[in-house]
Design a protein. Structure first.
Length: 579
């Protein structure tokens, strides 16, 4: 039934929409068959000029109407308007406003969280040296090696700055808060880990801390067998990249998942080789050679192990204490094998370029390898500093210093990189800047041998001979190298202490009877003493023995006193250096 709200007339014809008496829109009685209480109950579509009423339930208190009446007036073709009784109208408006507010808040929250998620992607990280927590000192290679491998893997990712090994390993063995590390190295996050090896069982604990809040954003424990080490290394690299929220392309994922060997034994032997090579002493480097060779024996297709072997042989020869004709050809063969197996291995191209430059004296081919290495890994500080070395010795000083600047920016706490940058400044005639750079390098480590050696060289160029003697003596105390003796003898001779200079010369010649000594180093003291004939004779002997140090003939200012001699000019020409 329907009732007229004005005259209260009841119309029993359910099809009527208007009162017969006054034409008022009829109201359906509560409980009438209108599609069910609690629903809008829309029936057939309404024509223009028609109206329909709906009854909705309410939670009004007892004694009040139990229905809210909504009148849909469709007198306009453009769509009906709602007319509600005053109390119910207010309530519906409030509910609608609340719903709109909630929807707006939800949308805003979603947009904020979506924006925050993208902006919170971590763009820089320092991977601290994993702690060897198993109580076995012989397992130190494993914790160090896993750290370095993770650094190298993450460094391949786009839009992520990963601090180099030398920058983070200064914290090895120290208890330091992640927030302090982040402040020191200007990174957003710090990843640390603990390695426990007991027999064949291996447990790794990882923790990623957001330096802004000092809160851990990720922690994980991995329990594996030592035989699963290669797979574990790949797994933690993927997990770390995911937690750092780095967006990866298909090519990026392939780089991250790349394994140079599936042989766990070969991988462990490689890590041992790297561990001993980085100790930078002759005996440790010889141990590294042994481990790299064992890794190759275990997996003859292991390109990274060949690159490691090449680097170890290179280090033995370049130190000037092992015959270059014995070790540099071996280094070159290993580097070539690495490139043959994997032409995309940047380390292999970098070391091959270094050997081609120092031993073959083939500047063009060496430069090609350096460029190839940098095209494969633009963030390789080693490749940049190796290339800078070549450019400096060729007299291309501006280019050399530009490359050295990139290398020091990529790896700002690397002692060798900073010391070499000082040497290149010295070769460019910028002696005061060289001194400043070398002094800052020694602030990082006052007993760094190469920094002291180059500092002595810079003091010689400034004519500060007592300071040069002191720096050379300190370098010799840290590392008893023929190179330190050569600069010490030169500085003593230039300061007028000829007897002491000759004593150092005799000491060097005595060492030469016991093991290989670079003829270049002997020639340097004769040069300081002003004994031209002996100096040139020893340089010629260096040429015959393929002494790598002859690459310094053009750039080293200490030879300036010989440049007018045709024999020296001819020697520079034979080495292939530009005149």
């Amino acid at each position: 039934m329907k009732r007229c709200p004005r005259c209260q007339r009841v119309e029993t014809d359910d099809t009527l929409a208007f009162c017969r008496a006054d034409g008022t829109s009829l109201v359906r009685e509560s409980g009438a068959d209108s599609g069910g209480v609690g629903t809008l109950g829309f029936g057939p579509s309404l024509g223009i000029g028609e109206a329909e009423t709906r009854t909705l339930p309410t939670d009004e208190p007892a004694g009040r109407p139990t229905a809210t009446t909504i009148v849909l007036d469709t007198n306009r073709a453009s769509g009906g308007t709602e007319r509600l009784s005053r109390p119910q109208s207010r309530r519906v408006v409030i509910l609608a406003a609340a719903a709109l507010t909630a929807a707006t808040f939800a949308a805003s929250a979603y947009l904020y969280l979506s924006s925050d998620k993208s902006s919170s992607a971590i763009d820089s990280v320092a991977v601290l040296p994993f702690v060897n927590d198993g109580g076995d000192a012989d397992a130190e290679y494993l914790s160090d090696g896993m750290t370095e491998s993770l650094i190298n893997s993450l460094a391949q990712l786009p839009n992520l700055s990963v601090k180099a090994r030398s920058s983070v390993f200064r914290y090895k063995g120290t208890a330091v808060e992640p927030k302090q590390v982040a402040s020191d190295l200007s990174v957003r996050a710090v990843l640390s880990g603990r390695v426990v090896q007991r027999g064949d069982d291996l447990t790794l604990y990882l923790s990623l801390v957001d330096a802004r809040t000092n809160n851990q954003v990720w922690g994980e424990r991995y329990d594996r067998k030592l035989a699963d080490l290669v797979a574990l290394q790949n797994e933690i690299a993927r997990d770390a990249a995911d937690k750092l929220r780095v967006k990866l392309s298909g090519a990026d994922e392939q780089k991250l998942a790349k394994s140079y060997t599936a042989n766990s034994e070969a991988y462990q032997l490689y890590l041992k080789g790297r561990y001993h090579l980085l100790k930078i002493t002759r005996s440790e480097t010889q141990r590294a050679v042994s481990y790299f060779q064992q890794a190759i024996d275990a997996d003859p297709s292991y390109a990274l192990a060949y690159a490691g072997l090449a680097d170890a042989y290179r280090a033995l020869a370049i130190a000037g204490e092992m015959p270059p004709t014995e070790f540099l050809p071996k280094a070159k063969a290993a580097a070539q094998k690495a490139v043959e197996i994997d032409d995309t291995l940047a380390q292999a191209h970098a070391v091959l370029g270094f050997i081609t430059f120092w031993y073959d004296w083939n500047w063009g081919e060496a430069e090609s390898h350096f460029k190839r290495a940098l095209s494969l890994d633009p963030d390789s500080a080693d490749a940049h500093i190796y290339y800078a070395n070549l450019l400096s010795n060729l007299g291309r000083h501006d280019e050399a210093l530009a490359k050295a600047k990139v290398a020091t920016e990529l790896d700002p706490l690397n002692l060798r990189t900073n010391a070499l940058a000082g040497q290149f400044l010295l070769h460019a005639g910028r002696t005061d800047e060289a001194l400043e750079r070398l002094r800052k390098t020694l602030e990082l480590d006052p007993n760094y041998w190469l920094g002291l050696f180059f500092l002595a060289s810079a003091y010689i160029e400034k004519g500060m001979y007592p300071e040069a003697v002191a720096a050379a003596r300190q370098a010799g105390e840290v590392y008893d190298s023929p190179r330190s003796i050569s600069f010490l003898g030169f500085a003593l001779a230039k300061s007028g202490k000829r007897a002491e200079a000759k004593a150092e010369l005799e000491r060097l010649l005595k060492v030469a009877k016991e093991r290989y000594v670079s003829p270049y180093n002997v020639a340097m003291i004769y040069n300081g003493l002003g004994e031209r004939e002996e100096a040139l004779a020893w340089l010629e002997q260096g040429y015959q023995k393929r002494d790598p140090r002859l690459t310094f003939l053009k750039a080293e200012p200490k030879w300036d006193s010989l440049r007018s001699d045709p024999r020296f000019t001819d020697l520079v020409r034979k080495v292939g250096l530009p005149q």
